[in-house]
Design a protein around this ligand. Structure first.
Ligand code: GLN
Length: 488
């Protein structure tokens, strides 16, 4: 089945002229057209543009300037600005918005010859854990369409799980790559903060946002990372750290590697069936040569509270640019300038976004700034120190990606706190700026479940190596939902 081939297998087929980039793109467009009505994993599909990119890819094969990404059809979360396609960020506020430029990530992807097929559904302004806050309709989990795909990069994870795109690029501010990857049974990595340029990513919480790939396997993610990461002078927080070849080292044995198990993450609160799957995965890793050591991250219990001060504060500031004047929705009901600001924002933003703006504005207001924002920044440092201390003794940290498998659509949407807790295991890596990956390790009641690996700063290669070695001896990453089979 073509749709279950890895990026490197497809690449070989393209190089050997077994299939052309145009044929491949048409094949995926057909799958999207056939299956995406059920999933709503794309907000915008652009067949003409996709075929244009495919033609450019064919040219690159013809003149031998191709890369491992050339001709590969990929989805793009709808918060990377794109010159050729609208960028909505899942919001009414940006309905129909056309950016005058491409984000750096998109630019790099396209110059490597990648085929962007469309823009993926997401929670509004990347705020959410279920993709239900999208103005363009909720996206669904292909393993069971009554369940959420996770969020905010829900469309990205859903389209990859259904194999209607080979991969997708998402973003992760508090877990939005890893949590949907876990819910949809795919692999996703949030790199170290600064690894991938944020230029042209619609900002949510600037000190936490980081883009990264979602794909079936760690190897696919490594190939994508090679082309997306690296210094960018347009992003002042972009790292000058040398970019390694993320695919080299994938085949290195795990012999001698020490993996830390944070006691705090394996309390009685973790679902027994999740704990059992993690134990199985640990056995596989032990057989591959890894050693385990128990560690403590005592301040991680403050992560969610800390995040829900810092992220809304930064969001309230970032979202102040949407005023009805410069970008996006402008209310037509207004008599005065003041009314125009208020009405444009009232009409353009959804409920969750407004909640964040109110919390953030409150916490940043004079008199409260020291009590909330500054205090949260201090705790953030303490959490980071916990990790740095742990990495003196271990190479990688292993923990759950999520407290359980996907939940039902509608189950948590009226209960923000329980929604926020869906990210309890992922948020600390963003606060500490560390790379972290989620990979599928099994099923509970026919829904997939993921394991998280957290690494030291700029040690993405080690995470990819562990995941790749695991995926060499297991098949979870190759599982795909039967209903989304080959189209006759
Ligand atoms: N679910 C978290 C939130 O709602 C994280 C979102 C994200 O990583 N973009 O803020």
């Amino acid at each position: 089945m073509l749709f279950n081939k890895s990026i490197s297998q497809i690449h070989d087929m393209l190089v050997n002229r077994e299939i052309s980039a145009t044929e491949l793109t048409k094949y995926y467009l057909k799958r999207i057209n056939h299956y995406d009505k059920q999933l709503q994993s794309f907000i915008h599909l652009d067949e003409d543009k996709a075929l244009e990119y495919a033609l450019k890819a064919e040219q690159m094969f013809a003149d031998n300037s191709y890369t491992p990404l050339t001709g590969i059809p990929v989805g793009m979360k709808d918060l990377f600005v794109t010159k050729d396609m609208p960028t909505t960020c899942g919001s009414k506020m940006l309905k129909g918005y056309m950016s005058p430029f491409n984000s750096t990530l998109v630019e790099r992807f396209l110059s490597a010859g990648g085929v962007m097929v469309g823009k993926n559904n997401m929670d509004e302004f990347a705020m959410g854990s279920s993709n239900e806050t999208s103005y363009y309709g909720e996206c669904r989990n292909p393993w069971n369409t009554e369940y959420v795909p996770g969020g905010s990069s829900g469309g990205s994870a859903s389209c990859v799980a259904a194999r209607i795109a080979t991969a997708s690029i998402g973003t992760d501010t508090g877990g939005s790559i890893r949590q949907p990857a876990s819910f949809c049974g795919v692999t996703g990595i949030k790199p170290t903060y600064g690894r991938i340029s944020r230029y042209g990513m619609v900002a949510f919480a600037s000190s936490l946002d980081q883009a990264g790939p979602i794909a079936p396997s760690a190897e696919d993610c490594a190939i994508l990372l090679n082309h997306l990461s690296g210094f960018d002078k347009m992003d002042s927080t972009s790292s000058r750290m040398e970019k390694p070849d993320f695919t080299s080292g994938l085949n290195k044995s795990l012999e001698g590697l020490t993996i830390g198990i944070p006691e705090e993450f394996f309390s009685d609160q973790l679902d027994k069936r999740c704990a059992a799957l993690i134990d199985e995965a640990k056995k596989e890793l032990t057989a591959l040569g890894a050693q385990f050591r128990s560690i403590h991250l005592p301040n991680l219990k403050y992560s969610v509270a800390t995040y829900y001060v810092i992220a809304p504060c930064e969001a309230s500031s970032n979202l102040s640019r949407f005023d009805g004047v410069r970008y996006g929705h402008r209310s037509e009901q207004s008599e005065t300038l003041e009314e125009m600001y208020v009405n444009s924002r009232t009409e353009g933003f959804g409920e969750e976004v407004k909640r964040r703006i109110i919390v953030g504005t409150f916490a940043l207001s004079s008199g409260y700034y020291d009590d909330y924002y500054q205090k949260a920044q201090k705790i953030r440092q303490v959490i980071r120190n916990d990790y740095l201390t742990a990495f003196r003794d271990v190479d990688v940290i292993l923990c759950p990606s999520t407290p359980g498998t996907a939940f039902k659509i509608g189950e948590k949407i009226d209960d923000p706190i329980s929604m926020y807790l869906a990210d309890i295991f992922t948020i600390s890596a963003n606060l500490a700026g560390l790379p972290a990956l989620s990979m599928p390790i099994g099923f509970i009641d026919e829904l997939p479940y993921g394991l998280q690996l957290v690494g030291d700063r700029f040690c993405e290669k080690q995470l990819l190596q562990v995941a790749h070695q695991y995926q060499q001896v297991t098949q979870w990453h190759n599982k795909h939902p039967e209903e989304f089979g080959e189209i006759a």
